[in-house]
Design a protein around this ligand. Structure first.
Ligand SMILES: Cc1ncc(C[n+]2csc(CCOP(=O)(O)OP(=O)(O)O)c2C)c(N)n1
Ligand SMILES: [Mg+2]
Length: 322
């Protein structure tokens, strides 16, 4: 198959994200994880395709559905799982939880719970790159539900005006909580929002992780050349409810099954299974993913909780800091 080494790397990461989240869901039901838990299962091809299109010196910002992009950027499963468990060894020292993954080392700047709020923030990071000339590109992910909110447009407006090195990726999974696209927006082609700002645009379905990578690369390189932002709408689907507390009664079983039949992870695995070499390699990767996820659960369980000192130290600065 084409690019067999990359295909295996992508497969491992997509499988890791899925298995990490399946085990997180199990831990949640056992009461080991509190607060919210929004799963990315079904959307993995976007995070992994994006991570393979970006350079290590580029930045990403995303929503509360953030585990996939964090892992794809290089966060360890241990740091991710410990954060979900609210432990001090987590990526945000156990103070952020599922919605607030943050990893400065891998330039993953959150994890944001307020819809649309992070687009102006991402524009600010892109502005810094342009101002300092560091050559970095920022990629910001947002949901279809964020497409109509004010902050989204404030971020896009300035990014387009100043030709900032940024790529806006709308992960259109066709639902905002329990509300379908058709019930929430008059124009369901989200990419047309780019026209209002004179931005380049693209739109496709996330069924092939290589296509995700290659089409995002076009937008990234456009941004890097100083030709301004692109809005890329990627059609996808989440197999689970909006969060763990959502029984997802607003859609039919048939609809979910139909999307699962076109699952990008299964498609990649089928391609790998077509030759005996890559099939054996994929099976070995499955085993290594199982071991990694099991270790992350063990690590998170064994890690200590943050202490009150940490809460104070991360809340107050200057004269209030001890
Ligand atoms: C400003 C604001 N309004 C409402 C909410 C409550 N809320 C949380 S998630 C969500 C739906 C967002 O859907 P979408 O942007 O499509 O992302 P998805 O969950 O599908 O990934 C809403 C309305 C919020 N977090 N912030
Ligand atoms: Mg959505």
């Amino acid at each position: 198959m084409k690019e067999a080494k990359t295909a295996l790397e992508m497969y491992r990461m997509m499988q890791l994200i899925r298995r990490f989240e399946e085990e997180a869901a199990r831990a949640y039901s056992l009461g080991k994880i509190g607060g919210f838990l929004h799963l990315y299962i079904g959307q993995e091809a976007i995070a992994v395709g994006a991570a393979h299109a970006l350079e290590a010196t580029d930045s990403v910002v995303t929503t509360y559905r953030d585990h996939g992009i964090a892992l794809a950027r290089g966060m360890t499963s241990n740091a991710g799982m410990a954060e979900l468990f609210g432990k001090v060894t987590g990526c945000s020292k156990g103070l952020g939880g599922s919605m607030h993954f943050f990893d400065k080392e891998h330039r993953m700047y959150g994890g944001h719970g307020i819809i649309g709020s992070h687009l102006p923030l991402a524009a600010g990071i892109a502005f810094a790159s342009k101002y300092t000339g560091d050559g970095g590109v920022t990629m910001v992910f947002y949901g279809d539900g964020a497409a109509s909110i004010g902050a989204t447009h404030e971020g896009m407006s300035l990014a387009a005006l100043w030709k900032l090195p940024i790529v806006f990726v709308c992960e259109n999974n066709q639902y905002s909580m329990g509300t379908s696209l058709e019930r929430s927006i008059s124009v369901t082609d989200m990419s047309t929002k780019a026209d209002a700002y004179g931005m380049a645009k693209d739109r496709f379905v996330a069924e092939d992780v290589f296509e995700v990578r290659d089409r995002l690369k076009v937008a990234i390189e456009r941004a890097r050349r100083g030709e301004g932002p692109t809005l890329v709408e990627i059609l996808t689907y989440r197999y689970r409810g909006h969060s763990m507390s959502d029984p997802a009664k607003y859609r039919t079983k048939e609809e979910v099954e139909d999307h699962k039949r076109r699952d990008a992870l299964n498609r990649l695995r089928a391609d790998l299974d077509a030759s005996t070499d890559t099939r054996a390699a994929a099976e070995a990767l499955d085993a290594s993913v199982e071991a990694e996820v099991a270790e992350s659960i063990r690590f998170a369980d064994a890690s200590p909780e943050p202490t009150a000192d940490l809460l104070e130290a991360t809340t107050y600065v200057g004269e209030f800091a001890r």
